[in-house]
Design a protein around this ligand. Structure first.
Ligand SMILES: NC(=O)CC[C@H](N)C(=O)O
Length: 363
């Protein structure tokens, strides 16, 4: 296998071997601590523009299957692992991670000391970097990594351009797709919802014309301040239509109500983040993937109240509106990958829609 290198903007060079595509990949180097679920992680559109380091040392051992995609076309920039399994063994396996990444033109690098790299990121904060062929000039790669800019149109790139339905016989839900993971749609489908998936810049008027019982705001890549149109839409419909926001959707609800978000030092990406419900004390283990967070200090004077916090670092993980039927979480109740402790939040959304309608017709 060809030698490749990972060059970071601080000048760090880590040597490894190629798998997947052989192109150069520039991106923000982040780490995910999940011990399994690489297929879901790699295909989660929220990783747009990022190079994922897997801290679990063996990746690819059960291959790629037809069921675990979170999007059809992955948008992650690259994959960093300690060891990439050459042989995949699982009854669901259809191809190896290597052939999948080649087909999707996503570069990987193996043989990297991912423990060292993760410590570096934890200390320094998220770093920009490049996976490149070893025969290139390191100096040039460092400069290019430094100069590379994180795009501000990532949500536009992954959001659909037109609305389309995912029909069901139950509650009508408009799902705003900022780069949604398929599992959010799967959870709504599992509850028979009549879902209409709509673009990131859908207006309040376009939503009202569909007379939904509720609006779901999906996860998505990049900085939540990149999509101001969505804030106007949220302000317009909140109070009239129940809203449930996940991850980016959570951050957008906060911004729409006058709170602020900030970029975290290295974010939360993994499948075992403990989150506490501040009202009940209940702790759920949650799947997470975010680099921004809601600043709780900015909630004073808004109509939002804190419902959940991360137990490791105390950051905000959930909000609800004081009067309107609006709630949101920073973590992933659809899991995929990760524990399904928080799955009941989709049932809570169903109840919220029924209560707002003044009845219980779908129960
Ligand atoms: N998964 C998400 O929706 C991520 C939200 C946002 N892009 C962040 O990194 O914080």
């Amino acid at each position: 296998m060809k030698n490749r290198m990972l060059v970071l903007e601080d000048g760090t060079v880590l040597k490894g071997r190629a798998f997947g595509s052989m192109k150069d990949a520039f991106g923000e180097v982040v780490f995910n601590t999940g011990m399994t679920g690489y297929q879901e992680t790699i295909t989660d559109p929220s990783y747009s523009g990022q190079i994922i380091t897997f801290t679990y040392p063996l990746i690819g051992n059960y291959g790629i299957n037809r069921d675990d995609f979170e999007s059809i076309e992955p948008v992650v920039k690259g994959v960093i692992v300690k060891e990439a399994a050459e042989f995949a063994s699982n009854w669901r396996n259809q191809e190896t991670l290597d052939t999948f990444l080649k087909a999707k033109d996503i570069p990987g690098i193996s043989g990297i000391d991912t423990r060292f790299l993760t410590r570096l990121i934890r200390e320094h904060g998220t770093l920009k970097g490049v996976i490149a062929n070893s025969d290139q000039s390191v100096e040039e790669m460092v400069n290019r990594a430094k100069a590379s800019k994180l795009p501000t149109d990532q949500i536009r790139q992954v959001s659909p351009t037109k609305a389309y339905p995912s029909p069901g016989s139950g509650r009508r839900v408009v799902l705003i797709d900022f780069g949604m993971k398929h599992s959010i749609l799967r959870e709504l489908n599992a509850r028979q919802c009549d879902v209409i998936i709509m673009p990131y810049n859908t207006t309040a008027d376009q939503i009202r014309r569909l007379h939904p019982d509720g609006v779901m705001l999906s996860n998505g890549p990049g900085n939540p301040t990149d999509v101001p149109d969505a804030l106007e839409m949220i302000r317009d419909i909140q109070g009239d239509i129940p809203i449930f926001g996940i991850c980016l959707g959570h951050q957008l609800i906060a911004l729409a109500n006058g709170a602020k978000t900030y970029k975290m030092k290295f974010g939360h990406r993994g499948a075992n983040h403990p989150v506490q419900d501040v009202a009940t004390g209940r702790v759920d283990f949650t799947s997470q993937n975010h680099g921004f967070a809601v600043d709780e200090n900015s909630l004073a004077g808004t109509d939002l109240v804190v419902t959940h916090r991360e137990l490791n670092d105390g950051t905000n993980e959930g909000l609800k509106h004081k009067t309107a039927p609006v709630f949101s979480v920073q973590y992933h109740p659809e899991s995929a990958p990760g524990p399904s402790d928080a799955n009941y939040l989709f049932d809570r959304f169903m109840q919220l829609m029924d209560t707002a309608k003044g009845g219980n017709e779908h129960a």
